[in-house]
Structure formats: structure tokens, C-alpha cells
Ligand binder design. Structure first.
Ligand code: SF4
Length: 459
């Protein structure tokens, strides 16, 4: 069933942790599981992430990522006092609710929060109100609204805020109950329940109408996964939350003709695939029920962007120095991968033409055949080493036209090899960099080239 699985907020937060690990190295502390999914968490732990529940569990001066669920202002204060470098991976759709809370309080409105008491997201949003000395009531059912007592001023507006992963249908009922009981009940113009929750709940509702059993991949702690089970059950079919294949109880499948499979916003696609394979291996036919295509993407946090830029600048400075010396000295394998990744980013983003010239020219003239296609300056020599040296020595005189010529050589090679320009370009850059640092054609060079290409692919 689609949409299912990772939402834009979860994808972003996982990428943030990976980037921070790449920038600062292990360990990186994550305050609260970055997403509620054990498979994802175990993978990040293997890379050097350490999950903690409280800011006090993060060593002083360490680097920490605050999870996608959001954090109260108090946690940022505590981190500051402990000298912790924080990268906030709060999903922008959760941040929106934080801002709505602050805005309501500034206007003197009475906020009421529809959500699950004690859920990390709720703790973060309600923490904003604590700064203003306000305790915001939390309701999660029509019954809760019945018991709700508010000490309102005359005409005071009640602002309803909602946990992003709450049950869409339940929210409608709770808001109706609030409107029936109180006057002046308003909601933010943009609904708080996020697009991923809305889409997944709508899709699973339709799925449940077509099958005899629904399985939802997700962790027990995942609010949005639990809500999917709730919605499916609401359609009158048995539904179970499973973390992975091992959780499937064969008893559930007895007398079942069609099984519906979905996944919470933090469930990895690999687990979903495993389960699909489990059923298809039994000879069961599969069909993907598509309710909606999702195109949502969130850009990375600003502070992370700045940190990356600072590192790229430092790296580029080092590269420039080493290039000017004619070779890259003391280079480790990690540095080499970083170098190529950053080089590509810079080539694309900033158009650092000087570096481009050096790399592309040195690549394009490596093959004797290609040399003939270059202008007469290069035809003076037919040795790779000579041509490379010539390019370095004359780098400032090289013309834009010559770069285009190099591009065309790469394009021709790509066509002949039946690969994309990008992969041919990347292969040539890696090849060229290895030449620059002193490798000659041979087993060792090609093995290292393969290794670097694999690592670059993983980036
Ligand atoms: S479920 Fe919604 S609010 Fe939560 S991380 Fe995903 S997109 Fe953001």
C-alpha cells in the first residue's frame, strides 16, 4: 500500500544524524530515539550514535542531535549550560505547532492540546507554554473534553493544537466536543496533523476495506504506527503492529484470503520488502494499492548547513594548498572520499572553475587517444604524466572552450561504455585524483578506485 513508511521528517532526521556523524565522527548523542524504529536505531548505533533520554545523560561538550519529535525550550537551555553542541532535527511540521503554541500564548489565548499525555512530541510543545508559566490541558478523547475545566476570561479564545500523528477521525470528534462545550474555539489555519499521518491513515482505511487482515510495520512506541492499527481496526478488520517478520503469528493467517500491509512513518522499506517476500515466497500474489503519490521534502537544518559549509571551506583550502604543491600529501582514505564528495558538491554548487579545470583536464587527457583531440598545446606530449604536469603548470591559462572539449571526451566515453555522464565523470575524477597523488595504472590503483567509488556511492 502506498503511501507508507518513511515520511519527509523521518528521512530528514536520519540524514541529519548521518551527516553529523560524518562531520564530527563518533560518538554523536541523540536525545530520544531519533525515530521510533528499532531497525533504524540499531543501524545508527552501529555507525556511532548513542541514544539517551535526558540531556543530563549527554557528556559535557559533546555533539548531540535532538530528535524529530521536538524538544521543550528547557532542554536547549540545559544543553547550553553543559556546553553541548546541539543540532536540532525537529520535523518542521512539529516546529510549526511549537510556533502556534507561542503565538496563542502571546495573544492571551487559552491553548488546549489534543494528543497523548507524556508523548515526546507533546512534552516539547507543552514545554513552550511552561516558559510563559502556563500549564496546557491535554485531551485525547471526547470523555476527556467532558471532564475538562477551563478558567476562561470573558470572550477568551481557545486555541486547539493537535499532535501531528494523532488519529484524524478522533480529532474531528474531540474538536466537535470542544466546540459543543465552549465558545470561541479556533484551530490553526493549517491543520496540525501532518500530511504523512493524514495520507497513511486515509490509505489504510481504503486498504482495510479490501482485505481480511492488516499488518502495520512499526515500533510499539511509534504513535503514527499505532494510529494506523487503530484506523484499520475501526474498519472492522483484525490489525496488528509488527516490528519485523518474526512478529507475524501464523495463527493470524488461518482462513485469511487477503492480507493488507502498511508501515508507519518511521518504518524502513527493507523490513516491508522482507515481509512482502515472505508472502510471495508462499506463492501469494501481490498488488500495490496506491492512494496518493508523496513528493514532500524538507531541507536540512540551517545550523547543519553552516557547519557543512565551514568544513567544505576548510577542506577546499587544504585542497588548494595541496594542488598548488602538485600533489595531495598525507591523504587518508577517509580524507580522499570526503575530498571527492566535497569537490563534486562545490563543482555543482559554487562553480569553482579552477578546480574543475584541473580535475577535468587531467582526466580527459589521460588517454593517449584523447590527447590528439586536445588543442596543439597538449599535443606536444603523449605521456600521461607529462600532460598532467603540463595541465598543472598551465592551469591558469586554460580556457573555457578547453573545458568543454574535456566534457565532450567524457561524454563520448560514457556513451561508449553505456553508462551515465555522471558516473563516467565520477569515475574519471576518482581516477584522476589517484594519479595526482602518485598512483600509476595497476592492480592497487584499480582496487582503490573501486573502493572509493563504492564509498562515494554510499554517500
Ligand atoms: S510523521 Fe509527520 S510530523 Fe512526524 S516526522 Fe513525519 S512528517 Fe514530521
Amino acid at each position: 500500500m502506498s503511501p507508507r513508511g518513511f515520511c519527509a521528517g523521518v528521512t530528514r532526521s536520519i540524514n541529519v544524524v548521518k551527516d553529523v556523524l560524518d562531520l564530527f565522527g563518533a560518538p554523536v548523542y541523540i536525545k530520544h530515539a531519533i525515530v521510533h524504529n528499532n531497525t533504524v536505531i540499531r543501524d545508527l548505533e552501529k555507525r556511532g550514535a548513542i541514544i539517551v533520554d535526558e540531556v543530563k545523560d549527554i557528556p559535557r561538550g559533546a555533539v548531540a542531535v535532538f530528535s524529530a519529535h521536538g524538544s521543550p525550550p528547557e532542554h536547549f537551555e540545559q544543553a547550553k549550560k553543559r556546553g553541548i553542541k546541539v543540532i536540532d532535527a525537529t520535523c518542521p511540521l512539529v516546529t510549526k505547532v511549537h510556533f502556534e503554541m507561542i503565538s496563542a500564548l502571546k495573544k492571551g489565548w487559552q491553548p488546549v492540546y489534543i494528543g497523548h499525555k507524556g508523548h515526546v512530541e507533546a512534552v516539547g510543545v507543552l514545554g513552550e507554554a511552561l516558559v510563559y508559566g502556563v500549564n496546557v490541558p491535554v485531551v485525547s478523547s471526547v470523555d476527556d473534553v467532558g471532564k475538562l475545566k477551563l478558567d476562561l476570561d470573558d470572550g477568551q479564545v481557545i486555541m486547539v493544537l493537535v499532535q501531528t500523528t494523532f488519529n484524524v477521525e478522533k480529532v474531528k470528534k474531540v474538536i466537535k466536543a470542544l466546540r459543543d462545550k465552549f465558545e470561541n474555539v479556533v484551530e490553526p489555519p493549517e491543520k496540525d496533523i501532518c500530511y504523512a499521518t493524514t495520507n497513511r491513515q486515509s490509505a489504510i482505511k481504503k486498504l482495510a476495506q479490501e482485505v481480511d487482515l492488516v499488518l502495520v510495520v512499526g515500533s510499539k512506541e511509534s504513535s503514527n504506527s499505532n494510529r494506523l492499527v487503530e484506523v484499520a481496526k475501526g474498519e472492522g478488520v483484525p490489525a496488528y503492529l509488527i516490528e519485523n517478520l518474526d512478529d507475524i503469528d501464523e495463527k493470524w493467517l488461518k482462513g485469511i484470503d487477503a492480507v493488507g500491509l502498511s508501515a508507519g512513518a518511521s518504518a524502513p522499506e527493507t523490513v516491508v520488502r522482507e515481509i512482502v517476500d515472505y508472502f510471495t515466497d508462499k506463492g501469494i500474489a501481490k498488488r500495490n494499492l496506491i492512494d496518493k503519490e508523496e513528493q514532500m521534502f524538507f531541507s536540512e537544518p540551517l545550523e547543519l548547513k553552516k557547519m557543512k559549509k565551514a568544513r567544505e571551506d576548510a577542506l577546499m583550502e587544504k585542497i588548494e594548498i595541496n594542488f598548488n604543491k602538485g600533489k595531495l600529501e598525507g591523504m587518508t582514505e577517509k580524507f580522499l572520499v570526503d575530498f571527492i564528495v566535497n569537490l563534486l558538491r562545490l563543482l555543482i554548487k559554487d562553480g569553482k572553475i579552477k578546480i574543475y579545470k584541473k580535475i577535468v583536464l587531467s582526466v580527459a587527457v589521460v588517454e593517449k587517444e584523447d590527447i590528439k583531440k586536445m588543442n596543439k598545446k597538449y599535443r606536444k606530449s603523449d605521456s600521461v604524466t607529462d600532460v598532467l604536469s603540463f595541465c598543472y603548470e598551465n592551469q591558469d591559462d586554460l580556457l573555457e572552450g578547453e573545458i568543454i572539449l574535456c566534457d565532450s571526451v567524457i561524454r563520448k566515453n560514457a556513451r561508449e561504455d553505456g553508462v551515465s555522464f555522471e558516473s563516467e565523470f565520477l569515475k574519471n575524477i576518482v581516477h584522476s585524483v589517484l594519479h595526482i597523488i602518485g598512483y600509476e595504472h595497476g592492480e592497487e590503483m584499480f582496487a582503490l578506485q573501486e573502493l572509493l567509488l563504492k564509498k562515494l556511492d554510499a554517500n
